[in-house]
Write a protein that binds this ligand. Structure first.
Ligand code: GRF
Length: 274
C-alpha cells in the first residue's frame, strides 16, 4: 500500500520533526515525509531534514513584507507540489489564515504543549507551574483559524513534580510529544482516525477517547478523501460503547453461572430418581 505523504512545517529546533522522521524510517510506518518547510532560515530542523535526505524548503515570511496572502500562497504551492495529504505543524510559529486552512481543509494538524483546551498559546509550562497544576501534558489537534482551538485528536499527560522548573517540566512533556505525534500520524495514515469537517471520527475505541465510527475506512486514501463520502454513519461515544461491552460481559457471565446451576439441579434430580 502506498504511504500517506506528509508535509512538516517548522520554525525552530525540530525535535518533533525528528520524532516523525524516525517513525517514518520504520518500514511498516504508513506515512512518509514528502517535504519539510521552515519559515525561518535559521531553524535547526532544516539540518535534521537534510541529514535524513528529505526535501527541505525555506519559505521566509519576511521576504513577503507583510503580504500574508503571498506568503501563504507560496507555502501552499510547496505543500501541493509535494503531494502531501497531511500537513503537520511542528513548532511552526505563524498563524495560518482561514483562506489557507480552507485550501487544506481537514488536513492540517498541530502539536501543542498543554492539555487543551487548557493553556492555549505560548509559555504553557511557566503558566502551568504558576497555577500550581498537578498534571500537564500535550495535545495533537486539528488546526482552525482560532489559535489552538480545533478539535483535540489525542493527548498524553505527565505529572507536575515538586521542584519542577520550566525546563524539567518542558522536557517531560516533550518526551510525550515525541511519541504522541507519530502515533496520531500513523492513525490518520492508516484510516483509524478521520478528520471530517473539523471533527474527529475514530475506529478504535480502546486507545483513544471520543467518537467511535463503526464503519472503518481501510486506507489513507479513504482517510484523506473525506468529502467523497456523502453518507454518515451513526457515532457513539466511547463511554456508551464501554458500558455496552460491560453489560454484555456481565450477561455472558450470568448465563454461564445459570447454566451451571441448571446442570447441577438436573444431576441431583437424576440421583434422587435413581
Ligand atoms: C513543541 O513543544 C511543540 O509542542 C510546540 O512547539 C515546540 C516545538 O518543538 N508547538 P520542536 O521544534 O519540535 O523541538
Amino acid at each position: 500500500m502506498s504511504k500517506l505523504k506528509v508535509a512538516v512545517l517548522i520554525s525552530g529546533r525540530g525535535s518533533n520533526l525528528q520524532a516523525l522522521i524516525a517513525a517514518c524510517q520504520t518500514p511498516d510506518f504508513p506515512a512518509e515525509i514528502a517535504v519539510v518547510v521552515s519559515n525561518n532560515p535559521e531553524a535547526g530542523g532544516l539540518a535534521r531534514a537534510a541529514e535524513a535526505g528529505i526535501t527541505a524548503m525555506i519559505c521566509d515570511h519576511t521576504y513577503f513584507k507583510g503580504d500574508k496572502e503571498g506568503f501563504e500562497d507560496a507555502l501552499a504551492s510547496i505543500i501541493e507540489q509535494s503531494g502531501a495529504g497531511l500537513v503537520c505543524l511542528a513548532g511552526f510559529m505563524r498563524i495560518l489564515s482561514p483562506r489557507f486552512l480552507n485550501r487544506f481543509r481537514d488536513k492540517v494538524i498541530n502539536i501543542h504543549p498543554s492539555l487543551l483546551p487548557a493553556y492555549k498559546g505560548l509559555d504553557t509550562h511557566a503558566r502551568v507551574l504558576a497555577a500550581g497544576e498537578k498534571t500537564h501534558g500535550c495535545s495533537v489537534h486539528v488546526v482552525t483559524a482560532g489559535m489552538d482551538e480545533g478539535a483535540v485528536i489525542a493527548q498524553k499527560s505527565v505529572p507536575v513534580k515538586a521542584g519542577d522548573t520550566e525546563e524539567t517540566l518542558a522536557a517531560r512533556v516533550l518526551e510525550q510529544e515525541h511519541t504522541l505525534y507519530p502515533e496520531v500520524v500513523a492513525d490518520i495514515a492508516a484510516g483509524r482516525i478521520v478528520i471530517r469537517q473539523g471533527r474527529i471520527e475514530r475506529t478504535d475505541a480502546v486507545r483513544h477517547h471520543g467518537t467511535v465510527k463503526i464503519e472503518s475506512p481501510k486506507t489513507h486514501e479513504a482517510a484523506m478523501d473525506n468529502h467523497a463520502h456523502s453518507h454518515t454513519t451513526p457515532a457513539a461515544d466511547a463511554e456508551t460503547v464501554a458500558r455496552a461491552q460491560a453489560m454484555w460481559s456481565a450477561f455472558t457471565k450470568a448465563t454461564v453461572v445459570a447454566g451451571g446451576a441448571i446442570v447441577v439441579v438436573l444431576i441431583l434430580l437424576a440421583a434422587l430418581v435413581a
